[in-house]
Design a protein around this ligand. Structure first.
Ligand code: F6P
Length: 479
């Protein structure tokens, strides 16, 4: 029998909302990572004696739970081998490419799968220890898909939700996976399985019917023991008001001005901001921009492309290859098309704090977001939140989840370079009236559907799935 804990709301995620970093004096310290998820959940966590279970981001033993800013954090340690096999291997070498339309080839290795099972088990055990009787546990993302079922076996009293932040692929791709049935059964341990888009929920329901053989009707799965599992879409968002406040601050406005001057005060600034990931479509977007200069539609005196690529998963082979490819492409474009003091592309392989991101969004006349496949893409929403004067253009891939909501963007197919060139040029030449018409509509969507609303609607739906079971999650207290 597992001991129960005192947390009425437990988040289980691959990462903690803090990273363990080495300070300049050599000491180990915790640094808050500025994600929207944590800012959305913080108030409701405080109101419910919440606990967050996750990996601190480096190799090491389990550390003692500690309290950070009123939230109880429960670190789960991973060994160096587990980081290689569970995180870099099965999570990011198998599931990530498979769930993103096989943009890169997924690798299937039995040792990676075994590590995935073992690590999921450890997370489930930790959750079983810290959750109070009848608590709500909300499991996050593709690294944790076995946790719901493992946890239900340990603690049938819990109300369990699962949310997938990335796409869920169609059956034709998912069924390549040798462990497809185990993953589906893992997810079915939840009472509510949330996805970014309705199409992903339908993919899941269809797979459960075909591969596990359960009866389904619309968005419900009927399990043999009488329990029901609901699958539905909850498109994630950002802290829109927080971004807008930041964008309105004098310091950010000053910084935006400085950035523009440092770029040589061009007529228009194009911007790309991505984790350096092969799903993001950085390569075709830079090619499209370069061809517009080569063809004489744009001139480096008038237009510059600023590309920020945040280092990510750097020990995974595909990510190393991508970095070399982008380095070479930027070098070639600037070598061929740049002039003294006027590179066509200003490229930064670096991560920046939120203030710098807001200043970049304020600088950018045209934001270019062109993933081959993306669960949502929060950068597109952050840009919109920062454009409080209703100007600026968003060029957005139709394969980003965000395209379902942000219909007034210039929507593009990243595989179609000519189509992308046409959209970039249209956005470049768009009249202020047209920009304002589009941006007003985009802003309405982003402001009305922020991350707090996302979290609230998931938790409300989760509570409604089994009303007589478990405790009620208390709403966030007003401070
Ligand atoms: O979008 C999926 C996701 O796992 C996010 O949750 C996370 O912020 C991002 O990718 C980076 O992932 P990692 O934890 O591998 O650095």
């Amino acid at each position: 029998m597992t001991r129960t804990g005192s947390a009425d709301l437990v988040i289980v995620a691959n990462r903690l909302p803090v990273d363990r970093v080495t300070a300049s004096d050599g000491s180990r310290q915790w640094r808050r990572s500025p994600g929207g998820l944590v800012s959305a959940l913080e108030p409701v966590m405080r109101a419910n004696d919440g606990a967050w279970i996750g990996w601190p981001g480096d190799a090491g033993q389990d550390l003692k739970p500690f309290v950070d800013d009123g939230m109880s954090l429960v670190p789960v340690g991973l060994t160096a081998d587990e980081i290689a096999e569970f995180y870099e291997g099965f999570s990011n070498g198998t599931l990530w490419p498979l769930y993103h339309d096989v943009v890169a080839k997924p690798e299937f290795h039995r040792e990676w799968w075994e590590a995935y099972v073992a690590v999921n088990k450890r997370f489930a055990e930790r959750a079983a220890e810290v959750a109070s009787k009848g608590a709500t546990v909300w499991v996050q993302d593709y690294q944790m898909q076995l946790v719901p079922q493992m946890l239900r076996e340990l603690r049938p009293d819990l109300r369990i939700g699962f949310y997938l932040h990335i796409p869920f692929p169609p059956a034709e791709l998912f069924q390549q996976l040798p462990w497809r049935r185990q993953l589906l059964e893992g997810l079915l341990g939840a009472d509510l399985v949330g996805f970014q888009l309705g199409g992903a929920a339908q993919n899941f329901i269809r797979l459960v019917r075909q591969r596990v053989g359960h009866k389904t009707h619309r968005d419900l799965v009927y399990l043999p023991d009488g329990r029901m599992v609901k699958a539905a879409a909850f498109p994630i968002s950002i802290d829109a008001a927080g971004f807008e406040d930041l964008a309105r601050s004098p310091a950010v406005e000053r910084r935006a001005k400085t950035i523009r001057e440092a770029l040589g005060s061009p007529r228009k600034v194009f911007l790309g901001v991505d984790r350096l990931d092969y799903t993001k479509g950085i390569y075709p977007r830079l090619r499209a921009f370069a061809e517009l200069i080569r063809d004489g539609h744009l001139d480096v005196e008038d237009a510059v492309f600023v590309q920020v690529a945040t280092p990510s998963r750097e020990r995974v082979e595909q990510y190393r290859i991508l970095r070399d490819d982008i380095d070479r492409l930027v070098g070639r474009i600037n070598g061929d098309l740049g002039r003294i003091g006027r590179p066509a592309i200003s490229y930064m392989h670096s991560s920046y704090p939120r203030e710098e991101m807001a200043a970049l969004y304020r600088t950018a006349d045209i934001m270019v977001v062109t993933p081959y496949r993306d669960g949502m893409n929060l950068v597109a929403k952050e840009y919109v939140a920062c454009r409080f004067d209703n100007d600026g253009a968003l060029v957005l891939s139709e394969f980003a989840g965000a395209a379902d909501e942000l219909r007034q963007a210039w929507l593009v197919n990243p595989y179609d370079i000519n189509g992308m060139k046409a959209a970039l040029l249209e956005a470049y030449h768009a009249e202020p009236k047209e920009l304002s018409r589009r941006m007003k509509a985009l802003r309405k969507t982003v402001i009305e559907h922020d991350v707090a609303k996302w979290a609230g609607s998931f938790l409300a739906e989760l509570a409604a799935t089994r009303p007589s079971h478990g405790k009620v999650v208390r709403p966030a207290r007003r401070s």
